[in-house]
Design a binder for this molecule. Structure first.
Ligand code: FAD
Length: 562
């Protein structure tokens, strides 16, 4: 095992007698090579970001042999799935945030937090350049550098406008806590402005027209939440205005919630229709001014101008400028996010890791394996392939990527995996069926979703690897369960999909759980309440969130403009 660190690629004989191609020795070996001399000096770990990935890494890092420095312009962790709740006062902003210093103070080893943003990473000097955050009262005046031995980049992403003119100037985003607070104030502003006696009926209708752009989970949840706020609370407080309110949801694709099961999409679309939410699919926003939104119908090319009172833009995520600069520096141009290997190490950088929304695992090795199988299939004109020719590589893919099985919908590949398990390597497969099944795996594996679930699991995984570095050094033969198999001493990162929710308003939600189990309705909303209460990062926020929900049930939402 110690010799693993000297070998780039290993080939070992598997139990079944075949050859198993092993992954390279992985990111942690080089660190160990120097560990002997560096015993006296603590390794400095710098974490950039206090979102899902950064906080989960920090919370789970237990090994006291590190000196940790956390840099983020936000001195708190925000529970983003509840941001739509904050926009309408269902929960208060402070209930979903946890001060990062509460987490830092619980650490039993040297951990420091700096409220600042990183604006440059120098891989040669192993330094990050930071300045006090421009968005806070610290005003971007203080600049400093931080040296690192290991750098953990968890800076998330920013809202994507697709360079649509006028979006940044005129639309609200729903990404940060401040965005949700601004939206809450603007909704109330619209109602108060529309109540002024000098405002004409036509102007009132315009002011009370709320437009949501993007039919993904965030846009849909916000539209549903706003509808509830209007019908359950504001309609009683502004009785003369209730019939003038209009909510429009614009989606460029053919359907909303297109990453969910078709049954959920259909239910959500029907529910929105019943609720009077104007759903416009196939409608692309081409421009936003301070008065109206211009859209273009995808099918007809027809353009339309829609007057509005408030626009919320929620069309996905884009790359932060600092990440783009870093990608240029390390030669990762023409990519949307940082590419890492399966151990979350940034490709081409020895001691830099990237996780969460700012990174993606580059499945190149798997893609190469698949391409090799395809080319073999192409050479074989008989229309069938012998399983024994590629059994190892496919078994390896299936083992390393359990998400393959989660995403698999086509029965073919399930049959194929079964066949692999049961066959002795003599069965034959239909090449065409096999190709289409594998290409599905290919697309699904490329797209690990940019969710809190992925970010949090990556943070936990990386912390676990860091925690076990020392233990591995003491037992260079590797953890017991890997001994003798010749595998890397750490498993590559494996994403475990736990399901996803889409709250649809009116105390109804849709849940898509592993195994394509779909549940829609009131019971799913209760499941949503319990899951999100249990996932809070501290007992303090859990109590606050649950009591906010209780307050809302009893007294309704607060409509004060604060
Ligand atoms: P983030 O959580 O965005 O954290 C990034 C961190 O980096 C922040 O602390 C930020 O301040 C910091 N940072 C930014 N710039 C710098 C810099 N220059 N230097 C240093 N630090 C910097 N996912 C789900 O799984 N389920 C849901 O229900 C769900 N709902 C969502 C609802 C909304 C409204 C939104 C916006 C997102 C939702 N998501 C959900 C997605 C989820 O929030 C993201 O996938 C997740 O936050 C990604 O985690 P991250 O750590 O990569 O980034």
């Amino acid at each position: 095992y110690p010799s693993l660190s000297k070998l780039g690629v290993l080939v070992a004989v598997s139990g079944g007698g075949g050859l198993v191609v092993l992954s390279d020795a992985g990111p942690f070996h080089s660190a160990y090579a120097d560990a002997g001399q560096a015993d006296m000096k603590k390794k400095k770990v710098v974490v950039l970001g206090t979102g899902w990935a950064g906080t989960s890494f920090l919370k789970n890092l237990k090994d006291p042999s590190y000196d940790v420095e956390v840099v983020s312009p936000r001195n708190y962790f925000a529970f983003t799935p509840l941001l739509p709740n904050v926009t309408c006062g269902t929960v208060e902003a402070r209930s979903i945030v946890e001060p990062i210093r509460n987490i830092v103070k619980k650490k039993k080893f040297d951990t420091h937090f700096r409220e600042a943003e990183c604006f440059k990473i120098d891989t040669e000097k192993k330094k990050v350049y930071c300045r006090s955050s421009q968005e806070t009262n610290l005003g971007g005046r203080e600049e400093f550098t931080v040296d690192y031995d290991y750098l953990v980049i968890a800076m998330g992403a920013r809202s994507n406008t697709f360079n649509t003119p006028g979006v940044v100037e005129n639309a609200h985003f729903l990404k940060e806590v401040e965005d949700a607070q601004r939206i809450r104030r603007t909704v109330i502003d619209c109602f108060e402005r529309a109540s002024l006696p000098s405002v004409s009926e036509e102007e009132r209708k315009k002011i009370l027209h709320f437009v949501v752009v993007g039919g993904g989970p965030t846009g849909v949840e916000f539209a549903a939440e706003l509808h509830d706020f209007v019908t359950e609370d504001l309609a009683n407080l502004y009785p003369t205005l209730k019939n003038l309110v209009k909510i429009t949801l614009l989606e460029a694709g053919g359907h909303i919630l297109n990453m969910f099961d078709k049954r959920i999409t259909a239910f959500a679309e029907e529910k929105f229709q019943r609720d009077g939410i104007d759903l416009k699919t196939g409608s692309m926003v081409v421009k936003v001014t301070d008065k109206d939104i211009s859209t273009k119908e995808r099918s007809t090319g027809q353009t339309q101008s829609i007057p509005y009172g408030m626009v919320v833009w929620s069309t996905g995520i884009g790359t932060r400028p600092v990440i783009m600069d870093f990608m240029k520096q390390i030669g990762q141009t023409n990519r949307r996010v940082l590419a890492t290997d399966e151990w979350l190490r940034v490709e081409g950088c020895d001691s830099i890791y990237a996780l969460g929304d700012c990174a993606t695992i580059n499945q190149r090795k798997v893609m190469e394996d698949i391409a090799a199988i395809f080319s073999k299939a192409d050479k074989n004109k008989s229309g069938t392939l012998k399983v024994e020719d590629f059994k190892e590589v496919i078994t390896d893919i299936c083992e390393r990527y359990p998400q393959v099985n989660i995403y698999l919908k086509r029965k073919q590949l399930k049959d194929f995996v079964e066949l692999l398990r049961s066959s002795q390597g003599v069965a034959e497969l239909d090449i065409e069926k096999f190709k289409s099944a594998l290409s599905e795996v290919d697309t699904q594996m490329k797209n690990l979703p940019a969710t809190a679930q992925v970010a949090a699991q990556q943070g936990t995984y990386l912390a676990d690897c860091f925690n076990r570095m020392e233990e591995c050094e003491k037992h260079p033969e590797g953890p017991l369960r890997f001994r003798g198999t010749g595998r890397h001493r750490f498993h590559p990162f494996r994403y475990k999909h736990l399901g996803q929710f889409a709250p649809l308003g009116g105390e109804q939600a849709a849940a898509q759980l592993p195994g394509d189990w779909v549940s829609i309705g009131h019971s799913s909303q209760w499941l949503w309440y319990s899951v999100y209460a249990s996932k809070q990062v501290s007992w303090r926020t859990r109590m606050l969130v649950v009591s906010d929900w209780g307050r809302r049930f009893i007294f309704g939402r607060d409509s004060s403009r604060l």
